[in-house]
Write a protein that binds this ligand. Structure first.
Ligand code: P6P
Length: 340
């Protein structure tokens, strides 16, 4: 928590400006982009918190790029985030789970590319379980030809200039990083401001929680089956058996992992041969956050943020969390890897 000596309230806007002043050459454009996302998050939070009352629950009849039925709140969140980014003319392109291709914004000269999962975990909306928005920001490669092209967006996660999430839970929080550690803000609805609640987060090196959908057990690799059994064995030295926690909303599962430690796993399976979660707007931004807090994220072999994307909506398996937990599962996977 922010220490008592800093009891003065620091808003997201103030904090972004203070952080910008640490970059002498900063133009303020990334600061403006982050403020735009913060504004959209407040509007989305208001709708999420009253969704039960207004007629905004339920499906709107369309499907997204993955053939998943789109809920009205997904579309609302997508529209709010894109229009907020379009207003400040510094983002040239948005890629969102809710849109097939890229959305080219009005500003041809905008130097930022933003990936969005506008409302991740939306299957939980109707049952009032926490959901989240995820964002990932890249710089467009400087090039003579000003045309905005989809391939400009195919950059490895290590090239992110900012990433973060908004978690619409018992309270609405916003977490982000620009590569100088993770800062967390809590929305105070009475004044409509995100207030700094924690910064420089360092996650536990080892955690006693594992998070995976055990329903797909039968299609896991042998090494993963053995690792989950390892999590369930008695061993006081390594604080086992671990607790199993799975919310089914990645932002909520990752936020718990960030704060309490442990591991979140979404492996490849018969149903999702390449994994279900999207590299560019779920795995990369959340891996940036977790790595900045001292954790680790891989696809079982390669660091997530070093994967070179071939398609903007591609999926990947993910093993993410406390360093020791991820290293252990990788040992199990390697030891039991079937010879191809
Ligand atoms: P399953 C939500 O649909 C999501 O994209 C992530 O937020 C979540 O971690 C995962 O899918 C849940 O998938 O197959 O366990 O329901």
């Amino acid at each position: 928590m922010v220490s008592t000596k800093e009891s003065r309230l620091v808003t997201l806007e103030e904090y972004i400006i203070q952080s910008q002043n640490r970059f002498p050459g900063a133009t303020g454009e990334l600061s403006q982009l982050l403020r735009d996302i913060g504004l959209a998050a407040k509007i989305i939070s208001r709708e999420v918190n009253k969704a039960g009352i207004t007629n905004i629950l339920g499906y709107d009849g369309s499907t997204n790029v993955h053939g998943e039925s789109v809920k009205k709140l997904d579309l609302f969140a997508d529209q709010q985030l894109i229009s907020a980014l379009d207003r400040s003319l510094i983002t040239c392109m948005v890629i969102s789970e809710e849109n097939d291709g890229v959305v080219k914004l009005g500003s041809k000269g905008g130097k930022y590319i933003v990936y969005l999962d506008p409302l991740d975990g939306s299957s939980n909306i109707d049952v009032n379980v926490s959901i989240g928005s995820i964002f990932s920001v890249y710089m467009r490669e400087p090039r003579f030809d000003p045309a905005v092209r989809e391939e400009d967006a195919l950059q490895a996660g290590v090239r992110q200039v900012a990433a973060g999430y908004v978690l619409y839970g018992s309270s609405t929080i916003l977490a982000y990083t620009t590569g100088l550690g993770v800062s967390i803000f809590t929305l105070d609805p009475s004044i409509g401001e995100f207030i700094l609640s924690d910064r420089g987060i360092k996650m536990p090196e080892h955690g006693a929680i594992y998070s995976i959908n055990e329903g797909s057990y039968n299609s896991w690799d042998e090494g993963l089956k053995k690792y989950i059994k390892y999590c369930q064995e008695e061993d006081s030295e390594t604080n086992r058996p671990y607790s199993a926690r799975y919310i089914g909303s990645m932002v909520a599962d990752i936020h718990r992992t960030l704060i309490k430690g442990g591991i979140f796993i979404y492996p490849h399976s018969k149903r999702y041969p390449k994994g279900k979660l999207r590299l560019m707007y779920e795995c990369n931004p959340l891996s940036f956050i977790i790595e900045q807090a001292g954790g680790m994220a891989t696809d079982g072999q390669t660091r997530i943020m070093e994967l070179q994307p071939k398609a903007i909506h591609e999926q990947t398996p993910i093993y993410i969390g406390s360093k020791k937990n991820v290293q252990t599962v990788m040992e199990f996977l390697e030891e039991h890897a079937t010879v191809e």
